[in-house]
Design a protein around this ligand. Structure first.
Ligand code: PLP
Length: 285
C-alpha cells in the first residue's frame, strides 16, 4: 500500500509523521472519509466542501488548492488499486515545538491521504442483516460540527458498544434527545411513518450521507422532518437506521437491547440503501 504524506507517495508501512505534529500532540487537525465506488469518489463535492469548512472553523490553512487535492485523492486511489473502499484525508496544523498557541505562519499544515479497499459483499451482508446500538450520555464538546481528529469520546463510546455486542453508540443530550452516533448520523421512522433526523444546526456533524439521504427521501416523496427525537421515541419507532459514508444507510434492529419494529431491517431504510447504491454507481465525476 501507498500513502501520500506531505508531498510524497511513500510505502504505507514506512509512512510516518513527526513527533511534534500538532495532530499527534493536540488533536489539532481535521479529516474526511469518502467512499470509493468503482474507482471514483462518492459525494466528493460535499466531502471537500466540509473539509474546507472544518479547516476554516479552526483557522488551519488549506494545505493545497482544491484542484490539486482532487488529483492527490485520485492518485492515491490509483496507486492502491482501490475499486471499492475508502479514501482518508487528514490535515493538521503542522509540525512545531509543542506550544498551545498557533505556530508561526511559516509552518505549513500537514496533509496525509490514504486509501484502502473494502469487501463490498461482506459489508453489504452485515449491514442488511441489521445492527444493534446502545445509548450513552453525550459527553463531547460543543463543536461536533467540525470533523476534528479529536475523537476520544467517540472511541470510548464505540468500544463500549462493541463490548455490549452492538455496532454503534448513540449519544443522548441532557434533554433526552439523541444527537448522533460515534461515527454516524441517527434516524428513525416514527409510528406515523415519518422519517425523522436531528437538524444539523446543533449537536451533530452535518453528515454528507445524511444530506444525500434527505434528498433521496424528498425525491421518493417520503415524508420526513428534521426534528430531534428522544430515546423513548426511538425505541417505540417503526424503524431506526444510521448513515455515514462508510455505512451508507444501515438498518438498526435493537436499541439498548430493545427490539425496534418487528426486529427486522425496515422497508424505508432498505429502500434508501438501495437508492444510495444506485446513486453511488452513477455519481461518476
Ligand atoms: N457523525 C459523526 C460523529 C461522524 O464521525 C460521521 C462520519 O464519520 C458522521 C456523522 C457521518 O458523516 P458522513 O455521512 O459525512 O460520513
Amino acid at each position: 500500500r501507498i500513502a501520500y504524506v506531505n508531498g510524497r507517495y511513500v510505502s504505507h508501512a514506512l509512512a510516518s509523521v513527526h513527533i511534534e505534529d500538532r495532530g499527534y500532540q493536540f488533536a489539532d487537525g481535521v479529516y474526511e472519509v469518502c467512499e470509493v465506488r468503482d474507482g471514483h469518489l462518492v459525494d466528493e463535492v460535499g466531502h471537500l466542501a466540509r473539509l474546507r469548512r472544518s479547516l476554516k472553523e479552526l483557522s488551519i490553512r488549506e494545505p493545497m488548492p482544491e484542484a490539486s487535492l482532487k488529483l492527490v485523492l485520485r492518485e492515491t486511489i490509483r496507486r492502491n488499486r482501490v475499486r471499492d473502499g475508502i479514501v482518508y484525508v487528514q490535515v493538521t496544523r503542522g509540525v512545531s515545538r509543542r506550544d498551545h498557541y498557533f505556530p508561526p505562519a511559516s509552518v505549513k499544515p500537514a496533509l496525509v491521504v490514504t486509501a484502502r479497499s473494502m469487501d463490498r459483499a461482506k459489508t453489504e451482508a452485515g449491514a442488511v442483516a441489521g445492527v444493534k446500538v446502545i445509548t450513552l450520555p453525550e459527553n463531547r464538546w460543543a463543536r461536533v460540527d467540525i470533523k476534528t481528529v479529536g475523537l476520544l469520546p467517540n472511541v470510548l463510546a464505540k468500544q463500549q458498544a462493541k463490548d455490549a455486542g452492538a455496532k454503534e453508540a448513540w449519544f443522548v443530550d441532557p434533554a433526552g434527545f439523541v444527537t448522533e452516533g460515534g461515527s454516524t448520523n441517527a434516524w428513525i421512522v416514527t409510528k406515523d411513518g415519518i422519517i425523522r433526523t436531528r437538524p444539523a444546526e446543533s449537536g451533530i456533524l452535518r453528515g454528507i450521507t445524511r444530506t444525500t439521504a434527505l434528498r433521496m427521501a424528498r425525491d421518493l416523496q417520503m415524508r420526513f422532518e428534521e426534528e430531534p427525537f428522544t430515546v423513548e421515541e426511538a425505541k417505540a419507532a417503526r424503524e431506526a437506521f444510521f448513515t455515514a459514508a462508510t455505512a451508507i444507510v444501515t438498518p438498526i434492529v435493537a436499541i439498548d437491547g430493545q427490539t425496534i419494529g418487528d426486529g427486522k431491517p425496515g422497508p424505508v431504510a432498505l429502500e434508501l440503501r438501495r437508492r444510495f447504491h444506485e446513486f453511488a454507481e452513477i455519481s461518476k465525476d
